[in-house]
Write a protein that binds this ligand. Structure first.
Ligand code: PEP
Ligand code: CO
Length: 457
């Protein structure tokens, strides 16, 4: 980060994946209005997340980053937000209790609206329209009016982010995330399934542990038990929006992007000379960067140097998304290069984006077995390099959708149509998410063996 960095500095660099806004005057007016709105998060919270991720970086904790591929303006209801929170809390309880590690919880939520696309336009028959870029830009319906990028949507995205964050804060601070509620997080549709029952047993175990601790004189009603930190994150894709919410922290005088606690750079915009990297280089939030199969060690080290020149633990999370078949080959050289260069990073595994395919009917999906295979390959790569498999980054929903194949119901391709609701990538449903959490917990080295296996100096 240079001393000359300012929020609009990114404009001097090529910015991929920006919509072709038809009305630039209106865009400028809206961005001005956003810049006058209150920040969504406080810089001190982002600093606390950096500290929490610092613990992940040192092998003392595990990162669970999870939520929608693309949030929708149509499903910002209290129930949808609560159910997403429930799945995240359940997964965290499983990882923490079965895996024996503290879990840092970060949602892809309260701002995850903008989507990168492989093509700027979509053609159906002889009609060509702008691609759907997420509700912050345009609408999903394949109609000219719906697909026209509309700056007013930036304000709506801000409003929905604020409302979502407000409810999340209420739930996580107001008693809903109290560990003594661990049974209440089991989603109704899930409770009778084998995963739900396994979770009930785990919740019984947590109850017994709490009773035991209480009988020993510990205060199990203290704030560590009653409240959780659920941080927010999204891909920092629309740089005008991110710039408008970037503010100087009144305490340190440093720049923070106050649209979310953590921001990440997507696989399509991670060019070290591009605007997205240059923008996030200047803000002090913890940042992430996707690392796909074409990443070379030299380029990765260049990114580490740009994004974390001061080598602050917890500042940079590298999100590996290789694909189940390539992770064993591609990841170890990258782990070794970063380790040998002495860059402190969190390594997280996104087992979703390298494993997407279309069924014979053209439905975009993922198979839970591929997701699990990639996670397995990720853990194996870390074991061989002596580095810490710091976390997972997944797309899920609390709803009982049918978007990914496999899992406890052995969902088949012809059943995907039953409840396929995503506007973008297919998400794990509650049952598949819980299954994943149990499988990851089994891979985690526990307690003392963790200290012995992780983090060679
Ligand atoms: C995403 O996380 O939704 C995404 C688009 O991922 P990637 O940039 O890794 O393709
Ligand atoms: Co996605």
């Amino acid at each position: 980060m240079t001393d000359t960095w300012t929020p609009p500095s990114w404009k001097a660099y090529p910015a991929d994946q920006q919509p072709d806004w038809p009305d630039s005057v209106e865009l400028e007016r809206v961005v001005g209005e956003l810049a006058a709105r209150p920040p969504l998060i406080f810089a001190g919270e982002a600093r606390r997340l950096t500290e929490d991720l610092g613990r992940v970086c040192r092998g003392e904790a595990f990162l669970l980053q999870a939520g929608d591929c693309a949030e929708s303006f149509d499903v910002g209801t209290a129930d949808a937000i609560r159910d997403k929170l429930k799945v995240i809390l359940q997964m965290a309880a499983v990882l923490q209790y079965s895996g024996g590690v503290p879990v840092v919880k970060v949602g892809r939520i309260a701002g995850q609206f903008a989507k990168p696309r492989s093509s700027a336009t979509e053609t159906r028959g002889d009609v060509e329209l702008p691609s759907f870029r997420g509700h912050i830009v345009n609408d999903f319906a394949f109609e000219p009016e719906a697909r026209r990028p509309d700056p007013a949507r930036l304000l709506r995205a801000y409003d929905q982010s604020a409302a979502t964050l407000n409810l999340l804060r209420a739930f996580t601070r107001g008693g809903y995330a109290d560990l003594r509620q661990v049974h209440a997080w089991n989603l109704e549709f899930l409770a009778s399934s084998p995963e739900g029952k396994r979770y009930e047993e785990l919740a019984d175990g947590i109850d017994r542990a709490l009773t035991f601790m209480e009988s020993c004189g510990f205060d199990v009603g203290d704030s560590h038990m009653r409240q959780v930190d659920l941080y927010t994150s999204h891909e920092a894709l629309l740089l005008g929006y991110e710039e408008a919410l970037t503010r100087t922290d009144s305490i340190t005088g440093e720049w923070y992007d106050c649209s979310a606690h953590m921001l990440w750079i997507g696989e399509r915009t991670r060019d070290p000379g591009g605007a997205h990297v240059q923008f996030l280089a200047g803000v002090h939030n913890p940042v992430g960067c996707k690392v796909g199969p074409t990443m070379e060690p030299d380029q990765l080290l260049e990114l580490c140097e740009i994004l974390n020149p001061d080598r602050i633990e917890g500042r940079l999370t590298l999100i590996s998304r290789m694909g189940a078949d390539t992770v064993a080959r591609n990841l170890p050289p990258l782990l070794a290069a970063v380790r040998d260069a002495g860059h402190p990073v969190v390594w997280a595994c996104d087992p979703m984006h390298g494993n997407t395919f279309a069924t014979e009917d053209g439905v975009k999906t993922r198979h839970l077995e591929d997701v699990l295979r990639e996670v397995g390959g990720f853990f194996a790569a870390h074991a061989s390099e002596g580095t810490w498999p710091g976390g997972i980054h997944v797309e899920l929903t609390g709803d009982d959708v049918t978007e990914c194949l496999g899992g406890g119901d052995s969902l088949q391709a012809h059943q995907l149509g039953r409840r396929y609701e995503t506007m973008c990538d297919p998400r794990l449903n509650g049952r598949q998410s819980l299954d994943l959490a149990f499988r990851v917990a089994e891979l985690l080295p526990r307690g003392r063996s963790r200290a012995a296996t992780s983090l060679r100096p």
